[in-house]
Design a protein around this ligand. Structure first.
Ligand SMILES: [Zn+2]
Length: 433
C-alpha cells in the first residue's frame, strides 16, 4: 500500500517552485500596472479645445507622432472627426466623418493645402490647421479637368505625329514633300492650304480643330485653284504662250537658235534629225537635265522634234490632212478636224517657240511607261521644263496628253506650275491678274 498523506522530497520541491512562479507573475503585473498609470497620467484628459491635444481612443496604443497637433494618416479620434467635418464643410472632403484619418482625409488635406498655398504634404500640422479653422479658409475650388492634351503641330514639330500628318496631307493632295516627320515650311503651307479650303482659320498650324477635320470623312481632296501661297511670280518674264488663241506670226523666228545636232553631246542625247534647232537657253537646260539623268543611270535619250518653223508646220499639217482624205475618204473639212486633234494648225504649235522638245527613246516608238518617261516626268520641273499637255487639261489646252512633249519655261515657273498643278493657260491667266 502507498502512503497518501506524506510528501516526497521531489513533491515538496515542485510546490516551492510553483509558489515562486506565482509570486513573480504577481509582481510583474503590479509593475506593469504602475507603468500604465504613469502613462495615463501624462496623457491629458480631452479638453474643450481639442486641437491643442491629440486624443486617441486607445491610450495604450499611441500613434508614432508625439506632437499633439499633427494629424496624419492613421490618426484616430475626435480631433480627426473635427478635421473631417471642417474639410467637408468647405467642400474638400466627401467621405465619412468617422474620426479615422485615411487616404480620403489625406487627399482632402492635400487639396486644402494646395488651394491655400501651404506645402501640400497631406499632413494637418499647425500651419494647416490654423488656416483651416480661421476665416482665411476658402471653400473648395475645383481645378478644371484638363481636356485631352490638344496636340498642336506647328513649324519645328517633329516625330511620328508629323509623319502621320504629312501622309494624310499628301493623300489629299495638299502636300508634295517628303514624309520625313519634320514640320517645315512645306508642311506649314500644306496645312494652310488645307485650312483655307476647309474654312478654318489659315494659320498653318495643325491644332485640334484642323486635325479633327483632317482625319475625318469631311476632309476633301485639294481643289487646284491658283492661290498666292503656291505661286510666286516675278513680274516681267512670263512664259510665251502659243496655242489656238495665241498663234505666232507667219514670219516668227525665235532668237538664239542653235543647231542641236552639232551643239549637243551625242553621248548624252541623240538628235534624231540633223539640223534640228532649239533656243540656246532651253537646249542648255535640256542637256544639263539629261546629263544628270545619265549620271543617275537613266540613259538612251533622243530628241525627235524641237524648233519648227511656220512653213515646216504647214507642210506637216497639210500632209496629215491629205493622208486622212486619202486613207479614210474624208472631206477636206473632216480631215482638217481629224488632223487638228494631233497636229497643231500652222502658227499654233509650241514647237514654233524653239522651247519645246519631243523626247523619245532611240530605236523604239515606245515612250509612255518607259524608265526615261518616268524619270522625265518626275525631274523635268527641276530644270525649268513642264509637261505641257496632259489628258486632264485637254479641255483647256486643246491637246490630248503628250508625255514626250516638254516645254521650257524656266524653273521659277516650272516649279510653281508643278506645285499648283496648273497648266500653262491657267497659270498665265492667274499670274496676269
Ligand atoms: Zn511636241
Amino acid at each position: 500500500m502507498r502512503k497518501t498523506n506524506s510528501l516526497s522530497p521531489l513533491g515538496l520541491a515542485v510546490i516551492i517552485l510553483l509558489i515562486f512562479a506565482i509570486l513573480y507573475v504577481g509582481v510583474t503585473a503590479l509593475q506593469e500596472n504602475r507603468e500604465y498609470q504613469k502613462e495615463a497620467a501624462i496623457t491629458p484628459t480631452p479638453s474643450i479645445t481639442p486641437r491643442t491635444v491629440r486624443i486617441t481612443e486607445d491610450p495604450t496604443k499611441p500613434t508614432s507622432t508625439p506632437t499633439p497637433c499633427i494629424l496624419q494618416v492613421n490618426s484616430i479620434g475626435l480631433e480627426v472627426k473635427t478635421l473631417q467635418k471642417r474639410l467637408k464643410e468647405l467642400g474638400f472632403y466627401a467621405g465619412e466623418v468617422d474620426g479615422q484619418f485615411g487616404q480620403g482625409t489625406k487627399a482632402a488635406v492635400t487639396a486644402f493645402q494646395t488651394q491655400h498655398g501651404v506645402d501640400a504634404d497631406g499632413i494637418a500640422g499647425e500651419e494647416t490647421l490654423a488656416i483651416l479653422y480661421s476665416d482665411k479658409a476658402q471653400t473648395f475650388v475645383p481645378t478644371p479637368t484638363p481636356s485631352p492634351t490638344p496636340s498642336l503641330l506647328s513649324t519645328g514639330s517633329s516625330g511620328e505625329e508629323v509623319k502621320t500628318l504629312q501622309r494624310r496631307l499628301k493623300e489629299l493632295g495638299f502636300y508634295t514633300g517628303e514624309i520625313d516627320g519634320d514640320f517645315g515650311k512645306g508642311t506649314a503651307s500644306a496645312v494652310k492650304l488645307f485650312q483655307q479650303q476647309h474654312n478654318l482659320s489659315a494659320d498653318g498650324m495643325a491644332g485640334q480643330k484642323t486635325l479633327a477635320l483632317l482625319y475625318s470623312d469631311n476632309a476633301k481632296q485639294i481643289v487646284i485653284t491658283p492661290t498666292p501661297q503656291t505661286i510666286q511670280v516675278m513680274a516681267g518674264a512670263l512664259p510665251l504662250l502659243v496655242n489656238r488663241d495665241n498663234p505666232v506670226e507667219k514670219d516668227f523666228v525665235p532668237a538664239d537658235l542653235v543647231d542641236m545636232s552639232t551643239y549637243c553631246d551625242t553621248a548624252v542625247v541623240k538628235i534624231k534629225y540633223s539640223g534640228t534647232q532649239g533656243v540656246r537657253e532651253a537646249v542648255d537646260a535640256l542637256m544639263e537635265m539629261l546629263s544628270d539623268a545619265k549620271a543617275q543611270g537613266v540613259t538612251k535619250w533622243q530628241v525627235s522634234a524641237a524648233y519648227r518653223s511656220y512653213s515646216a508646220q504647214e507642210s506637216i499639217f497639210e500632209s496629215n490632212v491629205r493622208e486622212y482624205m486619202k486613207s479614210r475618204g474624208l472631206s477636206r473639212t473632216q480631215a482638217e478636224s481629224a488632223t487638228l486633234l494631233t497636229v497643231a494648225l500652222p502658227g499654233t504649235s509650241e514647237h514654233h517657240t524653239g522651247l519645246a522638245f519631243d523626247i523619245t527613246v532611240p530605236g523604239t516608238s515606245m515612250f509612255v511607261g518607259t524608265t526615261q518617261q518616268k524619270w522625265l516626268h518626275e525631274h523635268c520641273w527641276d530644270y525649268g521644263f513642264i509637261i505641257r499637255y496632259t489628258d486632264e487639261k485637254q479641255d483647256i489646252t486643246g491637246f490630248m496628253g503628250e508625255e514626250w512633249h516638254i516645254r521650257y519655261v524656266g524653273t521659277e515657273h516650272s516649279l510653281n506650275m508643278k506645285n499648283s498643278g496648273l497648266c500653262l493657260e491657267e497659270y498665265l491667266q492667274y499670274v496676269k491678274q
